[in-house]
Design a protein around this ligand. Structure first.
Ligand code: OSB
Ligand code: MG
Length: 369
């Protein structure tokens, strides 16, 4: 397959309510879309970087720069490209996994649309629908938190994830348990907000029977996650620390992880994400699909990934309406805590022309030499 050109496009989707984590407050999602044009089909990918390098070292202006100057030229130099060849062609560029993932996703989508095959089948997916949950940001007070959680439970989500940080951890967890009881599937995500000095404090969460605690310590601090596993009964899940299948194998071997959150952007693409799934399955480690407030483009592809058999825990894949007033694709809707996996060719959805035009803030068309 030859690539005629690649379009980078920024879209701004205001969030229905601000999303606060231990690292930022987001008011709108400034998503970066990659559209790969080939003679046979077009393909779409979404770069999950955010505006500032506060979740990981990547940020969207940086992703645009590395795509334009280094990544896109490596796939539009006139040679034939296949999706499996994208990562090897980009391997001499260090890091920038989110930018690489978006480009690979767009090439993969174009390839699959040409072949008439769905991304779910390509990756080895088996489920036709997957369990989904909702990620709840940090609130100003417990009352506001309980109101928001109550709304999500009425919408039928089967699992609640609370964002935590020092000063907002045991209290919100206790309040949610108090209100909805011990059977509500509940987990927490610290986005690296704790230090090794907090190890003992974090064991206070054990009495609340959480599904997992996600990434309490720094991305590079594998040792503290291993230590927490020794002193706590709450399963330890890694998000930020896992950047590749080799890294996942290493964390498992070092006894640092019970469960892995797989985000295709964080690990350089859907093909590497599927390899992490395989490594975890081989070690009996359950996985689930993380989210980065994706538009319908990223969400469609995440659903395909989450249809693989090792994704046994609910994903951070919520209805379009949980995030945005208007999505750029037909809205995704969770029903009874599940979402349907798209079956059409490629990711199975395309942006709606009018919504895309209305939400676009910038675009650039890049062709080969
Ligand atoms: O750590 O899982 C995270 C959003 C942005 C950056 C990091 C994370 C998140 C979420 C949102 O938790 C999950 C979603 O997309 O619903
Ligand atoms: Mg996380």
């Amino acid at each position: 397959m030859k690539i005629t050109g690649v379009e980078l496009r920024r879209v701004e989707l205001p969030l229905v309510s601000p999303f606060r984590t231990s690292f930022a407050v987001e008011h709108s999602r400034n998503a970066l879309l990659v559209r790969v044009v080939t003679p046979g089909a077009e393909g779409w990918g979404e770069c999950v970087s955010i505006d500032e390098p506060v979740y990981s070292s990547e940020y969207t202006d940086g992703a645009i720069d590395v795509l334009r100057r280094f990544l896109i030229p490596a796939v539009t130099n006139g040679d034939d490209v296949t999706a499996v060849a994208v990562a090897p062609r980009l391997a001499h560029i260090k890091g920038h996994r989110m930018a690489k993932a978006a480009l690979e996703a767009a090439v993969l989508d174009a390839e699959l649309r040409s072949a008439g095959m769905s991304l779910a089948s390509r990756l080895g997916g088996t489920a036709t629908s997957v369990p989904v949950g909702v990620s709840v940001g940090i609130k100003d007070d417990i009352g506001a938190l309980l109101d928001e959680v109550s709304g999500y439970l009425e919408s039928g989500y089967g699992r609640i994830k609370l964002k935590i940080q020092p000063g907002w951890d045991v209290e919100p967890v206790a309040a949610v348990r108090d209100r909805w009881g011990p059977r509500l599937p509940l987990q927490v995500d610290a986005n690296t907000a704790y230090t090794p000095a907090d190890l003992r404090h974090l064991t206070r969460l054990d009495e609340y029977d959480l599904l997992l605690i996600e990434q309490p310590f720094d991305e590079e601090d594998i040792a503290s996650h291993a230590r927490l596993r020794q002193i706590s009964t709450t399963p330890v899940c890694l998000d930020e620390s896992i950047l590749s299948a080799a890294g996942a194998a290493d964390a498992i071997t070092r006894g640092a992880v019970d469960i892995v959150n797989i985000k295709p952007g964080r690990v350089g693409g859907y093909l590497e994400a599927a390899r992490i799934h395989d490594v975890c399955a081989a070690h009996g480690i359950p996985v689930w699909c993380g989210g980065m407030l994706e538009t319908g483009i990223g969400r469609a592809a995440n659903l395909a990934l989450a249809s693989l058999p090792g994704f046994t825990l609910p994903g951070d894949i919520s209805s379009s309406a949980r995030y945005f007033h208007t999505d750029i694709t037909e809205p995704f809707v969770a029903q009874d805590g599940r979402m349907t996996v798209p079956t059409g060719p490629g990711i199975g959805v395309t942006p709606l022309t009018d919504a895309l035009a209305a939400l676009t803030t910038w675009s650039e068309w890049i062709t080969g030499p």
